[in-house]
Design a protein around this ligand. Structure first.
Ligand code: MN
Length: 281
């Protein structure tokens, strides 16, 4: 008998502002949903008004985790203190490992039209929090995409097995076992995804509607699923666009302060001291 994943709760995103006045929807890391191990934060920025996004995210530090930016529409330029620079647009991913410390900027490069993207923060285990910073810039054409039976699945990270086919691996190299899919499903289309038992699973709907176990997830809502079995979902009559995030829980204490995420308060204080002393790469 197939064990299916059920919804534990459905949480709406909360309007927020970050960087230099960028209007966004905070989905994880909000007053309603603090943290789903190993995911620390999920923001959606989606706006037609340049005034709501042109300020971007000027130079700021990170330590202890990874930031993952995925652009659906529009252009974002990354520059960092390690010397990396790259631009992604419609469909590209930037996977940045902050590790022991990095200073970077993430700036929209357009003056009109829609900017639509996501930033996901993936925690790192204690053994990897002080790893060397790394930056992966993945262009849209380099992301594996499977289209069949009314589904288009873009594999940003982790594995996905299309019905009746062998598993395919995502474009990003991850330190910790996480999966990240962008799925577009036609009207009344079924989607099935095998997720390792014990791993957390999250589904964020950005268009249409999606049913899991009889419960309906609407746009701007995140469904937190239980930890065992297959994800089986069905798009509504208007179809559905949604992100699927899966990850093995790290199971360590989390000490968070702004752009630093460590295991203890003492390590947070050290991060501030090191940053002020110019010790970030
Ligand atoms: Mn950042």
């Amino acid at each position: 008998m197939t064990v299916r994943r059920n919804i534990v709760k459905i949480v709406p995103g909360v309007p927020a502002s970050d960087g230099a006045g960028v209007s966004l929807l905070r989905v994880i890391g909000s007053p309603l949903l603090d943290f789903v191990d190993p995911f620390l934060m999920l923001d959606e920025f989606r706006n037609d008004d340049p005034q709501a996004y042109v300020g971007g995210f000027p130079d700021h530090p990170h330590r202890g985790f990874e930031t993952v930016s995925y652009m659906k529409k529009g252009r974002m330029r990354h520059r960092d203190s390690v010397g990396n620079e790259g631009v992604i647009n419609d469909g590209g991913v930037q996977w940045m490992t902050a590790g022991r410390g990095i200073i970077h900027s993430e700036m929209p490069e357009q003056t009109h039209g829609t900017l639509w993207g996501y930033q996901l923060w993936v925690n790192l285990p204690a053994t990897h929090k002080m790893t060397a910073p790394r930056y992966q810039d993945i262009q849209p054409d380099d992301i594996p995409e499977v289209s069949a039976d009314g589904l288009t699945v873009r594999i940003l990270a982790g594995d996905y097995s299309p019905p009746g086919q062998a598993a395919r691996s995502g474009a990003s190299q991850t330190i910790w076992p996480v999966g990240y899919l962008d799925v577009i499903a036609g009207p009344d289309t079924d989607f099935s995804h095998q997720i390792e038992n014990g791993h957390n699973a999250l589904v964020f709907v950005y268009e249409g509607s999606l049913a899991i176990g009889g419960e309906i997830i609407e746009p701007h809502q995140l469904a937190v699923l239980d930890q065992g079995g297959v994800l089986e979902a069905k798009a509504g009559s208007q179809g559905a666009g949604f992100l699927v995030m899966t990850g093995k829980p790290i199971g360590e204490p989390v000490a968070k302060m702004g752009p630093f995420v460590m295991n203890t308060e003492q390590e947070l204080r050290q991060a501030v001291t090191d940053f002020r002393a110019g010790k970030f790469a």
